[in-house]
Design a protein. Structure first.
Length: 153
């Protein structure tokens, strides 16, 4: 099953691809690699999910926010490449979690994006190397930011 077919089967919507809020490119292709800048929690209506995990939201809400970041990333891929099928595999994911100082479940939160990618590209190609780290704040008080590197066909 292709990535586009897998995504359609999930029954999820893609939010609008986020526009840069600073001096950077949302994505860059270098040879056979696609680099995505950090993406936030853009929802279908263009608004952001906001809040700090452990204070304003719980770990499950954080995981759903991470999945929403993954959807924003898929939107950027589709807008810039024309199709999710042009991605061969996920190479690396860096997940940043806006959380209280004693929060310890960063990997669980970032599973929200990792599980989405595995559903789209399959476990063999949708799971790459990953880091999940906590931060004292993120832009606009979003709960999760993720950047990634993909290999292209």
């Amino acid at each position: 099953m292709s990535a586009e077919e897998s995504f359609k089967k999930l029954g999820l919507n893609l939010p609008p691809a986020p526009k840069p809020l600073g001096v950077y490119k949302p994505c860059l292709i270098d040879g056979k690699y696609l680099y995505l800048s950090g993406h936030g929690t853009v929802q279908d209506d263009g608004s952001l999910i906001m809040g700090r995990i452990g204070m304003d939201m719980d770990v499950e809400e954080g995981k759903l926010a991470a999945r929403q970041v993954g959807l924003a990333m898929l939107s950027t891929v589709r807008e810039n490449l024309g199709s999710l099928n042009k991605v061969k595999r996920v190479i690396k994911v860096l997940g940043m979690v806006n959380c209280v100082a004693d929060f310890e479940k960063h990997p669980y939160v970032i599973n929200g994006v990792s599980e989405l990618f595995a559903s789209v590209w399959g476990e063999e190609n949708g799971i790459g190397v990953r880091s999940a780290v906590g931060f004292g704040s993120l832009p606009d008080n979003i709960p999760v930011e993720v950047e990634a590197v993909f290999e292209l066909h």
